[in-house]
Design a protein around this ligand. Structure first.
Ligand SMILES: [Zn+2]
Length: 127
């Protein structure tokens, strides 16, 4: 039986490395955002995980702060033409979203694991 909520792996390490939140060795994703059904190293089941929109919300808030703040600061200090703003901030927004989504989803799954919110097949029966 899988132990829920017991881990020596830090949330940030599990998130940044996109590894299993319990053992820290098994890969969490089989594709870009496809979560594996089970950890190949310790056997922790992930098919019941539901990170939902949590990672996207954090990324929207963080990137929004960075991009809007950076654009305003850049405009006030340098006053560049609009095409330069588009050239800088469009790839920053798109690239930042793509780059951050995977570690944030991993972090949310690790957070769910830490608080015992990973649903197992046993706990789904009552839901
Ligand atoms: Zn594992």
């Amino acid at each position: 039986m899988a132990r829920l909520g017991c881990s020596s792996v830090s949330l940030f390490r599990a998130g940044l490395t996109c590894r299993c939140p319990r053992c820290g060795r098994g890969h969490l994703f089989s594709g870009y955002l496809t979560v594996v059904e089970q950890c190949a190293s310790c056997g922790l089941e992930f098919q019941g995980q539901d990170a939902g929109d949590g990672p996207a919300v954090f990324i929207i808030l963080i990137l929004g702060f960075v991009v809007v703040g950076g654009a305003v600061l850049f405009e006030v200090i340098v006053s560049p033409p609009m095409w330069l703003h588009l050239l800088i901030w469009t790839p920053t927004t798109i690239g930042g979203s793509i780059f951050l989504l995977r570690p944030f989803k991993s972090f949310m799954i690790a957070l769910h694991f830490k608080h015992g919110l990973l649903r197992t097949t046993d706990s789904d029966e009552g839901a």
